[in-house]
Design a protein around this ligand. Structure first.
Ligand SMILES: [Fe+2]
Ligand SMILES: [Fe+2]
Length: 373
């Protein structure tokens, strides 16, 4: 029996995706990995067992732990102006700029649209994380890792749910999943090698998510979003630790050629120009085409020096690089990855704390519970 794909005209599909008006069809992704059933139920991996127990004890409830009656003004979610808006203000001063006639009303609207776009990518990314964690349950050969991935699947379900609820109840309608994020996540879901799902999700995308959530958390003083992000980050740090513990074990047994494939995967997925934050539809909704606005945004970024998105990039690599070092991937094959990242200036973070050590410090859930007792 084939899989039925709803199209945008189907009222059934509209009902199924009620509240996610811009997502009007499902997407079929073919997984090429084998499912592995194991008969070995022995608890042989104490670090994974400890993480599983921690994951089970740190579950939180989106309905009772968050106060959804909080009033939110989407234009004032961040106290300080986000980098994109600062960039747009500068771009508006460039002669011939498509933003030259913009006033406060437009900048405020851009702020709301870019918040919607950002929360939308978080929501779609969390669904991708839920599906990747579920894939790990099915494909990883170790029982302790299957158990852990099952708790992560629940965590990611809650994350998807809270971002979707925050977006739809407090901010506005969703944007589609960006092609960049689709490319990354669908690639992981399709890959035949189970460790690539780990490497791409637990190590790259979750390090990226920790940086992005941390960046928004630093800028917001809105109480509901603050608590939501603290709780989500507590879970994410544990997920990254799960990836590090599992992959360090596996990568000790791989050949140089196999490790080279993983190193190349990291180069491909961290150094390509991502421009994540430019969701094209944001500009279209503002009545400007991407073709006209991108050149003035680049010019504005050049004038403002040292990249406006630098703080975010630094936060990402300060998580990623130590985590990858811990996996042994920096130095395998005569330091192939070390050389690539050195040339890109990314090695200054080599000895920052890796997330397998610092996830306890993220545990906002445990901290709040201790304070309440
Ligand atoms: Fe998540
Ligand atoms: Fe996660």
């Amino acid at each position: 029996m084939g899989v039925e794909v709803h199209d945008s005209t189907s009222t059934e599909a509209e009902a199924a995706f009620a509240g996610v008006a811009t997502i009007d069809s499902v997407r079929v992704v073919h997984d090429h990995a084998d499912r592995i059933f194991t008969w070995n139920y022995d608890r042989e991996r104490p670090q994974l067992e400890a993480l599983y127990n921690k994951g089970a004890a740190s579950q939180w409830n989106s309905v009772t732990d968050l106060d959804w009656s909080t009033d939110v003004d989407p234009a004032r979610v961040s106290a300080e102006e986000p980098p994109l808006i600062m960039l747009a203000r500068r771009a508006a001063t460039i002669p011939g700029s498509p933003l030259r006639n913009w006033g406060e009303r437009e900048f405020t609207q851009l702020r709301i649209e870019s918040l919607k776009a950002q929360l939308s990518q978080f929501m779609h990314g969390e669904q991708g994380a839920m599906m990747t964690a579920a894939k790990l349950v099915e494909t990883v050969p170790w029982i302790d890792a299957k158990y852990y991935a099952a708790t992560q699947t629940m965590d990611e379900a809650r994350h998807t749910e809270v971002f979707a609820r925050y977006l739809h109840q407090k901010v506005g309608d969703a944007y589609p999943m960006s092609p960049f994020l689709q490319g990354q996540i669908f690639g992981l879901l399709e890959d035949s090698r189970w460790d690539i799902a780990y490497l791409g999700m637990q190590i790259i995308i979750e390090s990226l998510a920790l940086a992005a959530f941390g960046d928004l958390l630093r800028r917001t003083s809105e109480p509901l979003l603050t608590k939501l992000l603290r709780y989500v980050m507590a879970d994410e740090a544990r997920h990254v630790a799960f990836g590090i513990v599992s992959l360090s074990e596996l990568y000790r047994s791989l050949s140089s050629a196999e490790l080279k494939e993983r190193q190349e995967f990291l180069v491909d997925n961290t150094m390509r120009n991502r421009l994540r934050s430019t969701t094209p539809e944001v500009w279209e909704r503002m009545g400007v085409t991407v073709e006209e606005v991108v050149p003035v945004l680049h010019q504005a970024a050049g004038e403002m020096g040292q990249g406006v998105f630098m703080a975010f990039q630094r936060a990402f690599f300060s998580k990623l690089v130590p985590n990858v070092r811990k996996l042994g991937l920096l130095d395998a094959n005569d330091g192939y990855l070390r050389k690539q990242w050195q040339e890109a200036g990314l090695l200054e973070f080599e000895h920052a704390d890796d997330t397998s050590a610092d996830f306890e410090s993220y545990d906002a859930v445990a901290a709040d519970r201790a304070a309440a007792n």
